[in-house]
Design a protein around this ligand. Structure first.
Ligand code: 5GP
Length: 190
């Protein structure tokens, strides 16, 4: 493991909560010295996603090899048949650059990271103002089938119950305010 151990900022939320937009904003603020933890996934890429930038896309067989080798900090079957996980090598890559790690991962994975690194992790739950707003955001995104949208909504209802286990809840009601709040949270924890 690298000498430098940076902080870990976990952003977890139901998809459609706006968490990815907030994470991208934080990454654009160079003074925060953050780098994005690129997850491995067995799901195919969609839209404009780029391999090794958005995700390490890989077939399920390769993902399973990594599980067997104990290569993951955490992993999860987030959706039926779709595995997602954080590789130890990814955290190491970021620490080696002397940067803090920012994670955009699901609720269960986020809490696993917090449990493993309790003192150096700030776990933030991004809450959409309502499930209705979230549903609209998913539909506007126009990247998922109706079945997938319904699956994401069902999952969101369950995920909201975990909000209280996080260090802090960030309500994404007004995006600009949520971005500023997120920046302050990160700055104050560094
Ligand atoms: P999407 O398919 O929309 O990119 O992501 C689906 C869900 O998987 C999102 O909630 C996302 O945060 C989560 N996710 C992405 N990477 C990881 C990871 O490495 N571990 C876990 N547990 N969840 C992840």
């Amino acid at each position: 493991m690298s000498q430098f151990k940076g902080k870990m900022f976990v952003f977890s939320a139901p998809s459609g909560s706006g968490k990815t937009t907030i994470v991208h904003h934080l990454l654009s603020l160079k003074h925060l010295n953050l780098d994005f933890s690129i997850s491995a996934t067995s799901r195919p890429s969609r839209g404009k996603e780029i391999n090794e930038k958005d995700y390490y896309f890989m077939p399920l067989s390769e993902f399973e090899k990594h599980i067997k080798n104990d290569d993951f900090v955490e992993y999860e079957e987030v959706y039926k048949g779709a595995m997602y996980g954080t590789l130890k090598s990814e955290v190491e890559r970021i620490w080696k650059q002397g940067k803090h790690v920012i994670f955009d991962i699901d609720v269960i994975g986020g809490l696993r990271i917090k449990r493993q690194f309790p003192d150096t992790t700030l776990a933030i739950f991004v809450k959409p103002p309502s499930l209705k707003v979230m549903e609209q955001r998913l539909r506007d995104r126009n990247t998922d089938t109706e079945d997938k949208i319904l699956e994401r909504l069902a999952k969101a209802e369950k995920e909201i119950n975990y909000a209280a286990d996080f260090d802090t809840i960030l309500i994404n009601d007004h995006l600009e305010t949520a971005k500023t709040d997120a920046e302050n949270l990160v700055r104050n924890f560094q």
